[in-house]
Write a protein that binds this ligand. Structure first.
Ligand SMILES: Nc1ncnc2c1ncn2[C@@H]1O[C@H](COP(=O)(O)OP(=O)(O)OP(=O)(O)O)[C@@H](O)[C@H]1O
Ligand SMILES: O=C(O)[C@H](O)COP(=O)(O)O
Length: 408
C-alpha cells in the first residue's frame, strides 16, 4: 500500500485547516451508556495528534444501522460524550451531519478543537448504491472543510464499506491513512503472509449473511472453521435440523450446503456445535436448558425455544481445536454474551485463546467488547482488532474500498 500517512499531513502543516477524519465510533450501548469504549480509545490518538498540531477536526462516524433517517437510539451523543471525557482537547457534537448545526459549529471552531458530526447513516445517501447520491452527500461533507481541507481515514472497522464518508470523500480531498488503520493493516498483513498452521478461524455473532459471505474465501485458507453464534443455526438447518425460534437466514441455507460440500476438497473442515443452550425467550432471565443441537425443538420450550449460546460439550470441542492451533482468528461472540446466562461459550473461547501458544487475533467491535466485559485483558491476546467485517474481508484478500481509494 502506498497511501500518504497522517505524519505526512502533519508535516505539510494543518494549523487552522479543517481536517475531516472518519473514525469508527460504532460502540455497544446500553441505553445511553457506552458498555465498551475500546473503539473510542483507539480513535483518540489520531484526533489528539491533529488537535495538538492545531487542526480544526471534523469527525464523521456511524453508529448501528439506522434506516437513513435520524433515530435517537442511534445518536452519537453517548459516544461523543465518552470521547469528550477521555480527551484533553475540546470535543463538541453537532445535532446533524451536514445541516445548520454542523455548519454553525464548524465555522466557530478554534485551532485544536474537535467537532463530531451526527451519525452519517442518518442520511440515506451515505450508504446508497448510487454513486451520484453518495457523491452529493460527500460534496456536502467536503464543503464543511472550506478551501484547504484534507481527509484522514482512521476507521478501520469501516474500510470494507463503499460509503460516502469512507470512500467518496477520499476521491474529493487530499487523503491520508490514519495511524489506527495503518497499525491494523500491518498486523493483519503478517497474519496473511506468514500464516502458521494449523490455522483455526472461529466465527460467531449476529451479522449472519455478512459472515457467511466471507467463508467462501476462507475455504482452502483456514484449516478449521469453528461455527458458533447466530450463524450456527443456518448450518444446523442446512444439515436438515429444526432450529425452533433461533436466528435463521433461510435464504442462506443453500449457500451453507454448498460450503459443506466443497469443504473437504478445499482442505477445510467445519466444526459445528453438538449442543446448544436454548432459552424460552430473548431475555437475561429467561428459562434455559442445554439440548442436543440436532434436537432443539425437543427442549421444554418446543418450537418457540431460541438458541442463545453454544453448549458446554461444543465449547470444549472448540477449545481443543484452539489448543492445537498455531494461528487463531476469532470474530463474533459464540452467544448472547451480554446476558450472563448465555456468556459461557464466549468465555470458554476467550479462555482458550488466552491459554494457547498460538498467535491470536480477535476482530470486531462486539467480539472485543465481549472479551473485555468478560474480564479479559487486551494484552492476553496477540492483537485485538477494531474491525469485525473489515478484518475478515482483509483476511479473505478482498479489495477494501476504504483502503484502495487511498492507494496512490
Ligand atoms: N445465538 C445468537 N442469537 C442472537 N444473537 C447472537 C447469538 N450469538 C451471538 N449473538 C449476538 O451477536 C452480537 C455480535 O455480533 P456481530 O456480528 O456484530 O459481532 P462483531 O463482528 O464482533 O461486531 P462488529 O460487527 O460490531 O465488529 C452480540 O451482540 C451477540 O449478542
Ligand atoms: O461494527 C463494525 O464492524 C463496523 O463499525 C462497521 O459496521 P457495519 O457492519 O454496520 O457497516
Amino acid at each position: 500500500m502506498t497511501s500518504h500517512t497522517l505524519n505526512e499531513l502533519i508535516a505539510e502543516g494543518v494549523r487552522g485547516r479543517y481536517i475531516l477524519v472518519r473514525s469508527d465510533l460504532n460502540v455497544p450501548l446500553d441505553g445511553s451508556t457506552v458498555t465498551d469504549d475500546g473503539r473510542i480509545k483507539a480513535s483518540l490518538p489520531v484526533l489528539k495528534k491533529l488537535s495538538d498540531a492545531g487542526a480544526r477536526v471534523l469527525v464523521t462516524a456511524h453508529l448501528g444501522r439506522p434506516k437513513g433517517a435520524p433515530e435517537d437510539k442511534y445518536s452519537l451523543k453517548p459516544a461523543a460524550a465518552r470521547l469528550a471525557e477521555l480527551a484533553d482537547f475540546p470535543v463538541q457534537l453537532a445535532a446533524d451531519t451536514v445541516g445548520d448545526s454542523a455548519k454553525e459549529l464548524s465555522s466557530g471552531l478554534n485551532d485544536g478543537d474537535v467537532l463530531v458530526l451526527e451519525n452519517v447513516r442518518f442520511d440515506a445517501r451515505e450508504t446508497s448504491k448510487d454513486d451520484a447520491q453518495r457523491g452529493a452527500f460527500a460534496d456536502e461533507l467536503v464543503a464543511l472543510t472550506g478551501s484547504n481541507g484534507a481527509f484522514v481515514d482512521d476507521a478501520f472497522g469501516a474500510v470494507h464499506r463503499k460509503h460516502a464518508s469512507v470512500y467518496d470523500v477520499a476521491t474529493r480531498l487530499p487523503s491520508y491513512l490514519g495511524d489506527l488503520v495503518h497499525t491494523e493493516v500491518e498486523v493483519l498483513r503478517k497474519l496473511t503472509t506468514d500464516t502458521q498452521r494449523p490455522y483455526v478461524v472461529v466465527l460467531g455473532g449476529s451479522k449472519v449473511s455478512d459472515k457467511l459471505a466471507v467463508i467462501e474465501n476462507l475455504l482452502g485458507k483456514a484449516d478449521t472453521i469453528l461455527v458458533g453464534g447466530g450463524m450456527l443455526f443456518t448450518f444446523l438447518a442446512a444439515a436438515g435440523h429444526k432450529v425452533a425460534g433461533s436466528l435463521l437466514e433461510e435464504d442462506q441455507i443453500p449457500v451453507v450446503q454448498d460450503y459443506l460440500q466443497r469443504a473437504s476438497a478445499a482442505g477445510t473442515s467445519f466444526v459445528i456445535p453438538t449442543d446448544v443452550v436454548v432459552a424460552s425467550r430473548f431475555a437475561a432471565d429467561a428459562d434455559h436448558e442445554v439440548v442436543r443441537a440436532d434436537a432443539i425443538e425437543d427442549s421444554a420450550f418446543g418450537a418457540s425455544g431460541i438458541g442463545l449460546d453454544i453448549g458446554p460439550e461444543s465449547a470444549s470441542a472448540f477449545a481443543a481445536q484452539i489448543e492445537g492451533a498455531k494461528t487463531v482468528f476469532w470474530n463474533g461472540p459464540m452467544g448472547v454474551f451480554e446476558f450472563e446466562a448465555f456468556s459461557s461459550g464466549t468465555r470458554a473461547i476467550a479462555q482458550a485463546l488466552t491459554d494457547t501458544v498460538a498467535f491470536t487475533v480477535v476482530g470486531g467491535g462486539d467480539s472485543a467488547a465481549a472479551v473485555r466485559t468478560l474480564g479479559f485483558e487486551d494484552a492476553q491476546f496477540g492483537h485485538i482488532s477494531t474491525g469485525g467485517g473489515a478484518s475478515l474481508e482483509y483476511l479473505e484478500g478482498k479489495e477494501l474500498p476504504g483502503l484502495s481509494v487511498l492507494d496512490r
